[in-house]
Every structure is written in structure tokens, then in C-alpha cells.
Design a protein. Structure first.
Length: 127
């Protein structure tokens, strides 16, 4: 199996999926923003803090005033970020079976183009 750096992967990708620990996302995006310029990035990160849950509730390192994706967009304004895959556990990600019903995944984006493009690409993940 061949390995590559974040930069090498971003350079050759048509579409990227950002699936790193939330606390690492800003650093990774900062490293590859030039290589990802004008590309669509599916952001699957969550801003979960390194602190343990308190009374069963996860702590986030972002505030209600600014999401992690907004921070990423500020770091890399030329990247087309689309939020997806972050609000469901990993179990139903591979060949989901909901009694014969094909699920739709929640996603959020900033442009109609990104939404259309992502809908086409998400078919790849669910087939």
C-alpha cells in the first residue's frame, strides 16, 4: 500500500473528505489550503474538545458564535467546504440498511453549486 502526505493527496484530488480529529482540522487545512484551492472539501469534522464528557455531554472547543467550518473557511477562503457525515455514527455509513429505505445524509453548504456537486458525489458513498 502506498502512502502520501496531506499535501500530496490534496494536490491530486478532485474532491477531498476532511475526516480528522476536530482539534487537528485547522492545522491540516492550513497546511493544504493552496493545494485545495477551488476544490470541494466534504467536512466531516466535529469540534469536540479534548476534555472528557461532563454528565454525559461532550464539550466543544467552538462557541455558539462560530462553527469549526466557519473557522476553516477563514483559513482557506478559496476552498468550497461542504458539511456532511458528521451527525451520524460510523455504523450506518457502510451499506446502510434501514428496512429498505435509502437514507439521505444531512449536509450543509454555502452555494447551490456545491450542493449539486455534493449530491452527485454522495451517490458514490451510498452505492
Amino acid at each position: 500500500m502506498e502512502t502520501a502526505s496531506f499535501e500530496q493527496c490534496a494536490r491530486i484530488a478532485d474532491l477531498a473528505v476532511l475526516c480528522v480529529k476536530g482539534t487537528a482540522a485547522e492545522k491540516v487545512v492550513g497546511q493544504v489550503k493552496a493545494e485545495l484551492s477551488d476544490k470541494t472539501v466534504i467536512d466531516a469534522t466535529n469540534p469536540i474538545a479534548d476534555a472528557p464528557p461532563q454528565n454525559g455531554v461532550l464539550k466543544y472547543f467552538t462557541s455558539l458564535d462560530e462553527s469549526l467550518m466557519e473557522r476553516l473557511q477563514k483559513i482557506a477562503p478559496d476552498v468550497h467546504f461542504v458539511k456532511s457525515f458528521n451527525s451520524i455514527g460510523s455504523g450506518p455509513m457502510d451499506n446502510p440498511d434501514f428496512g429498505g429505505t435509502r437514507p439521505t445524509m444531512f449536509f450543509m453548504d454555502k452555494t447551490e453549486y456545491d450542493e449539486y456537486y455534493l449530491r452527485l458525489r454522495l451517490q458514490f458513498f451510498s452505492d
